[in-house]
Write a protein that binds this ligand. Structure first.
Ligand code: SAH
Length: 400
């Protein structure tokens, strides 16, 4: 049974800074995790198969506008070879992730999915951005098991600011080319983040559905984040990924945040010189005092609260958490409700180019990473999953 906590009690816990209350929250989440999804940590091999993207999301380093980035696309042969490598390493799931790159046509993805399933038996998760319902149906038919599509935020205004419609660099540009009537309709009737309808389609197609949000995007308030967590429950998600927003210097949002942090630090230093600093450095406050910080600690809280409201879902300790809070935070996530991790199996030549944010480990060979991680999982008193690690939420839904 999911815990009956509502959005205002979630918001209160998000704002909580008493370490004892936070520790209790983590312990509760850990107990709910153990009771509902057991002790296994499931490993998913993450293959970042292309960094080409047609979208212009203002947070993401691989967005189309980033001219500083060398672009790559893995060939079908390279993707299949990586799948074999993942299977040899003992993975049971392969996640194929990319920018929104329509070079990979419907039929190419069908071929890739079929070949990997036939030759390796791996469960396949796709994370290829917003594709058409028809394509999603054909890929399911070809054997894909899961689809990951984070809705990023449930606040429509914030979503429009950070995630312009396909073909546009801002929501304003999109509205500017509409007729005045259509623009008016768009403003009046667009209340839901567009990715929600694709998430419903994925559910209807019987995928295991994964989604999630970034924590601490400029403009994200505690109330919004609390609603995001309630939305996870409403969508009855099979997988929920939450990671801290990491400002990327080659993106509009990242530039803005980094500049604000620099000027804040300068101000604080001046104030400290004048001996009266009561403002924390590093507080980018686009939403004023209601701005959620993009910290590892806040992300751990979100993971714990997510586990309480979605006891049977798979919840990963995300890469972004490991980057921002260092590896220790990623491992700590396993004590706060997480039960999945997605080690990167992208060939080293490409890995640094999939720079949605900076600071990812782009040098460790997968074998070495995996050995260290397995040891950490065991040290944390957990076991490494030996099955495909299907979501218990999915299994429960299918019994009904
Ligand atoms: N094109 C696919 C995959 C994107 S990468 C899609 O849009 O679904 C996967 C996730 O990385 C995104 O959904 C987003 O939540 C996260 N991400 C992107 N840029 C980020 C950043 N700067 N900091 C933290 N997370 C980021």
């Amino acid at each position: 049974m999911a815990m009956k906590i509502n959005s205002s009690s979630i918001e209160q816990l998000l704002r909580e800074d008493d370490p004892l209350v936070i520790r209790k929250l983590y312990e509760q989440a850990d107990a709910v995790r153990a009771a509902n999804v057991g002790n296994d940590v499931h490993l998913r091999a993450l293959l970042e198969m292309s960094n080409v993207c047609r979208r212009q999301c203002t947070y993401c380093g691989i967005a189309a506008y980033n001219a500083h980035l060398t672009r790559y696309r893995m060939s079908e042969e390279e993707i299949i070879a990586s799948a074999h490598h993942a299977a040899q390493l003992g993975f049971h799931t392969l996640v194929l992730q990319s920018g929104e790159d329509t070079f990979y046509s419907t039929s190419m993805i069908i071929r890739i999915v079929r070949t990997i399933k036939e030759q390796t038996g791996l469960a396949i998760t796709l994370s290829l951005g917003e594709r058409t319902p028809e394509e999603l149906a054909e890929w399911k038919e070809a054997g894909a098991n899961r689809y990951l599509l984070r809705f990023e935020t449930s606040d429509i205004n914030l979503f429009q600011r950070i995630h312009p419609p396909a073909g546009f660099s801002s929501y304003e540009d999109y509205c500017a080319q509409l007729s005045p009537e259509d623009a008016c309709m768009a403003h009046t009737f667009t209340t839901e983040v567009p990715r929600m309808s694709l998430l419903r389609t994925l559910r209807e197609l019987d995928y295991e559905v994964g989604s999630g949000v970034m924590v601490g995007i400029p403009g994200q308030t505690y109330a919004t984040l609390a609603r995001d967590i309630c939305t996870f429950q409403q969508l009855d998600l099979d997988m929920i990924g939450v990671g801290p927003y990491i400002p990327h210097p080659d993106t509009p949002l990242g530039k803005q945040m980094l500049a604000a942090q620099t000027s804040q630090t300068a101000k604080t230093t001046q104030a400290q010189d004048a001996t009266s600093a009561d403002e924390a450095p590093n507080s980018f406050t686009c939403a004023g005092v209601n701005q959620v910080p993009n910290t590892a600690d806040m992300t751990l809280k979100v993971i714990a609260l997510t586990r309480l409201v979605c006891p049977k879902s798979n919840i990963p300790a995300t890469t972004a958490l490991g980057v921002l809070g260092e590896e220790a935070s990623r491992i700590q996530a396993f004590e706060c409700g997480a039960n999945v991790i997605m080690p990167n199996v992208t060939p080293l030549a490409y890995r640094s180019l999939y720079s949605i944010y900076e600071g990812k480990d782009t040098v460790s060979e997968t074998e070495d990473m995996l050995a260290a991680l397995t040891q950490q999982i065991i040290n944390a008193g957990r076991t490494v999953g030996t099955t495909e690690g299907k979501s218990r939420a999915f299994a429960a839904r299918h019994k009904e």
